[in-house]
Design a protein around this ligand. Structure first.
Ligand SMILES: [Zn+2]
Length: 417
């Protein structure tokens, strides 16, 4: 009965996910014509393109090795009794209490994977510094690393404590409470990330009064998106890269521009970037991501519950049920695998949403030339490959490539869309 309910709820959630995805994701937004892209590529300075490609190919081995190693460790810990052993050891000082096993065991399992992949992260840092993108010393880099461990520990600790409290007190129906709780956590995180987590890493100050600020506020008003303020992040403390983003929901929604953007780019280009971010705000893209994330996470919890009846898996992990802390390793291995599989789908959706925000910027500013100049600047300063290998783009890219975005501006200028 219980399993039937779970399967039924999972089906409903998956249908809801499909319906929301069909309705809110701009599927019909294929990249601009390839000849325009190749034209754009030919007009970029050849030495800059070569340097960006050299940079990216130096980063590749470390990035992929880290990804593969992380997955292998997750599978080894999850599909052997090592995970159960780690969790038991972590709970031992507390008499093997289930809550201690859940939180400390979870930390220990994650820590093993972090420590093993740390040298690869350090290797990537040396490359990013050598190419002049990162401005961070080893000290500052380590502080960032410790901060992200701490943030992960707080959020992960709360999630683990919540999850295993539910499995402990509702051993048969935890899937229902767990799914609701996980969805709630995703929504809560969207609200609090900009006010609780982002300030851990950066200082945010309102953009100083001046012609640019006035123009941005007027642009937002013209767009019908109420923006109280544009915030500037002190990104220059760690990078030379330029960027902007929108985060938060409702009262915590904000548009953030890197301070590097203000020193590197022309004011008109900053306006173009802000117009792209206003597109995200106007189309409710943060809300879309939150909704899809909440439905997907709830579905994942129920799928995990159903997977828990697979005796072979539990035997491998040395656990009796999937709802006990001893199965944390198995749980994290499943999450790692699912993340790997879902990654390309998420990237595809993200590229379509980003292309829509680009289109919004073009319509709002009516200035494709500046938009194109801004894309060229973003690509050049951030050393991104303007036209990356197709497989890498399809698997991992969250944004259209530089040449795709430049080509979109050209198509717009011609009046194609
Ligand atoms: Zn965007």
């Amino acid at each position: 009965m219980n399993r039937l309910w779970a399967a039924g709820t999972l089906a409903v959630l998956l249908i809801a996910l499909a319906v929301v995805a069909l309705l809110v994701i701009p599927w019909h937004r294929p990249p601009a014509p390839r000849p325009d892209q190749l034209d754009a590529l030919r007009q970029l300075p050849a030495d800059k393109v070569a340097r960006a490609r050299e940079f990216r190919s130096e980063l590749r081995p470390g990035s992929y090795a880290s990804m593969i190693l992380g997955l292998v460790i997750a599978l080894v810990i999850g599909l052997t009794p090592i995970g159960a052993w780690l969790v038991t050891q972590a709970g031992r000082p507390f008499g093997g209490h289930w809550l201690a096993q859940a939180v400390l065991g979870g930390f220990l399992v994650v820590l093993v994977s972090e420590v093993v992949t740390l040298p690869l992260a350090a290797w990537r840092h040396t490359i990013v510094v050598r190419y002049g993108i990162s401005t961070q010393s080893w000290g500052a880099w380590s502080v960032d690393l410790l901060k992200s461990f701490a943030v992960g520990a707080v959020i992960g600790g709360l999630a683990l404590a919540g999850f295993y409290t539910v499995t402990h007190f509702a051993p048969r129906w935890w899937w229902a409470f767990g799914a609701a709780g996980a969805a709630g956590l995703v929504v809560l995180l969207s609200f609090v990330l900009p006010v609780l987590v982002e300030p851990v890493f950066n200082k945010f100050t309102p953009m100083p009064d001046g012609p640019l600020r006035t123009e941005l506020i007027q642009l937002a008003a013209r767009d019908g998106v109420p923006v109280k303020d544009v915030l500037v992040a002190d990104a220059s403390r760690r990078t030379k890269a330029v960027n902007a983003y929108v985060s938060g929901l409702g009262p915590t929604r904000r548009i953030v521009v890197y301070d590097t953007m203000l020193t590197e780019a022309e004011p008109a280009e900053v306006v173009s970037v802000a117009a792209h971010e206003l597109g995200h705000a106007k189309d409710g893209d943060v809300l879309t991501g939150t909704l899809l994330g909440a439905l997907g996470t709830a579905a994942a919890v129920i799928a995990l519950f159903l997977l828990g009846s697979w005796g072979w898996l539990l035997n491998r992990a040395g656990a009796d049920t999937i709802g006990e802390p001893k199965a944390i390793g198995l749980l994290l291995a499943v999450v790692a695998l699912a993340g790997l599989v879902a990654g390309p789908a998420q990237a595809f959706v993200s590229r379509r949403i980003e292309a829509r925000a680009d289109q919004h910027a073009l319509v709002l500013t009516g200035d494709p030339a500046t938009f194109e100049a801004m894309q060229r600047r973003l690509g050049t300063v951030n050393l991104s490959d303007p036209d990356p290998p197709a497989w890498e783009h399809v698997l991992f890219a969250s944004h259209p490539s530089t040449v795709e975005r430049m080509a979109a501006a050209r198509a717009f200028a011609r009046g194609d869309r």
